[in-house]
Design a protein around this ligand. Sequence first.
Ligand code: GAR
Length: 185
Amino acid sequence: MVKLNTCVFISGKGSNLRRLILNSNKYNFPIKIKLVVCNNKNAEGLKLAKKWSIPCFILNKKQGLSDNRMLIKLKSYKIDLILLAGYMKILSKRFIRSFGKSIINIHPSLLPKFKGLNTFERILKKKEKKTGCTVHFVNEKLDDGKIILRKFFYLDKKDNVTSIKRKTQNLEYNAFSEAIIRVTR
Ligand code: GAR
């Protein structure tokens, strides 16, 4: 099977990255993770990339400003698809336009609700009945592109930020991979 050369962008723990690596190692999963980009040199997720010998490109503050360097790097790895798996920095419009291929993001709410940061706190405050995660294409607006799929669960009276995060992330792992299969079919 021809797999899409993929780069995963992370900023933190990398639990989504972990699942993506495990799935991409399966024969019939449609992506190959060629590169990990991270804007935080202390991110736990970098250990996962190291464990599976995936090259990493770490952006320091200065390099973070340089879209050109990143584009050159992506080109050198022949990247066809970017996955944002907990990347907590906004990509510039210029970068998105210049890359010109698909970029897919996972967001911990049922978009278009609760775009941006601190989603779980806001979900609790708004006393939502249900929440979940969304996988969507990235466009030039924040958390706004075409939705590929959403998964949800009903909130419990006892839920707090920690439990909502855990339940949301448990949905995310399958959602991300299912969305990738859906768009590459
Ligand atoms: C995920 O829950 C993802 O939805 C969220 O960051 C977490 C990363 O966890 N992304 C955003 O909030 C983007 N706006 P991970 O590093 O363990 O995969």
